[in-house]
Design a protein around this ligand. Structure first.
Ligand SMILES: [Zn+2]
Length: 416
């Protein structure tokens, strides 16, 4: 029996559940996520952004964070491509291995949202609208064996390379022209074809930030980006009313900006680590209201689309869905005198959680780790202590709760 077999599309998406004769059908659901480059939350909140406000009114707006655990094993630079890959893979840079905009050696074993969606259901239609070509060819790794040979159904990107159509000038206004081009095409393509999963990336705001810092030019660029989002939002509303579809839009940014001038980013200051998420989805949960992170976007979108993340990948995802039911977040672990102490944030106290431990990280090489159960605990306890398995300085810990799973690492102390 196939674990997941695809039966029908359009009005309903049906799957045969693993090891069961039950067929479950869901309404077709579509998602678009938009990354607006380098917009700090404090500045965004002071601008007039009618499109983002309307989306937030339908669902919600929240500040969020990125950059991994500050000073810890998952600390990740607040740099653009690093930030996009948090969104795509639901993991921090210690896993996805993109540390800067060179994107030299992404670890594709931490699968991106397009690959997971396409693998779960090859009929899903995907699209990308972007200035940068690298977003498709390097981060998603389209057509690369190592990245699962994913092929996007529609790509409208790479315009930064087209200097004939968009001549480069110091003021970087050509990036605004490209964003116009990209957002108009995204809106018209979505209105006409309604792809299941799309990524829109708009860049100009960051270029203005680098050039002018926190300035009127930057405020203006944010308002323009809002209008570009508005185009896409209008297309979505049209599809929802005319095609009886249910859509999720998520708009976010890839990093904040430095506190001094706003011209820079890359460091670990609070302002650089602070981002924001807005979405039209109504079923926002405690995670959205408490302490969401950019890595939460990937599991949230897949949950909305009724796409199950494969178990071995889910165990590695650093994000928590911010829609639907969730149990736990923010797992912390420490080792003292051969005891391991776990602590977590309780989002929903019901039920029992099981704790698993592995002393290897073979997942990074595409292999499985041997996880052992070390016990069960009531979710509401919020903590658990157990004897550390001997002879290791490295541990991967997973807390499997009724509504979601979270993980953390214990790493050897740095060599002196
Ligand atoms: Zn950026």
């Amino acid at each position: 029996m196939p674990s997941i077999s695809f039966i029908a599309r359009f009005a309903l998406v049906c799957i045969v559940l693993a090891f069961s004769p039950i067929v479950e059908c869901f309404p077709q659901k579509n998602a678009v996520f938009i990354i607006l480059d380098g917009i700090s939350a404090d500045i965004l909140e002071k601008q007039e952004t009618p499109a983002l406000d309307e989306i937030a009114k339908a669902g919600g707006y929240t500040r969020a964070w990125l950059g991994g655990i500050k000073g810890g094993y998952s600390e990740s630079p607040t740099i653009s491509a690093v930030g996009y890959n948090h969104v795509l893979t639901g993991t921090w840079a210690n896993k996805h291995n993109v540390w800067d905009n060179d994107i030299a050696k992404p670890n594709y074993h931490y699968q991106n949202i397009f690959r997971i969606a396409k693998t779960a259901n090859p009929q899903i239609k995907t699209a990308i609208f972007s200035t940068w070509l690298d977003n498709r060819t390097k981060l998603i790794g389209e057509g690369l064996e190592a990245a699962g040979n994913v092929k996007l159904d529609y790509a409208f990107d790479g315009f930064e390379l087209d200097e004939e159509k968009f001549p480069h000038a110091k003021d970087k206004k050509f990036l605004f022209e490209i964003d116009e081009h990209v957002s108009k095409e995204a809106a018209s393509y979505i209105a006409e074809y309604g792809p299941d999963l799309s990524w829109v990336y708009l860049e100009f705001t960051d270029a203005v930030g680098h050039q002018y810092g926190d300035s009127n030019q930057y405020f203006e660029a944010i308002k323009n980006a809002d209008a570009q989002v508005g185009r896409i939002w209008q297309a979505i509303k049209k599809r929802q009313s005319q095609n009886n579809e249910e859509w999720m839009i998520v708009v976010t940014t890839d990093h904040g900006r430095d506190a001094e001038t706003g011209k820079n980013h890359g460091g670990q200051s609070d302002r650089e680590r602070t981002v924001w998420i807005t979405t039209n989805v109504k079923s926002l949960n405690e995670q959205f209201k408490n302490n969401p992170a950019s890595v939460d976007i990937m599991p949230s979108i897949l949950r909305f689309m009724n796409i199950e993340i494969p178990f071995d990948i889910k165990r590695e995802v650093d994000g928590v869905p911010f829609i639907g039911k969730v149990s736990v977040a923010n797992l912390k672990a420490s080792k003292n005198d051969n005891q391991i102490d776990l602590q977590w944030h309780v989002l929903n106290p019901e039920g029992e959680a099981e704790i698993f431990i592995a002393t290897t990280n073979q997942f990074k090489d595409g292999k499985n780790d041997e996880y052992k159960s070390v016990g069960k605990v009531k979710v509401r306890e919020g903590k658990f202590r157990f004897a550390a398995p001997a002879s290791s300085a490295f541990y991967k810990l997973v807390l499997q709760a009724p509504h979601n799973m979270i993980n953390t690492w214990i790493v050897p102390p740095p060599a002196k």
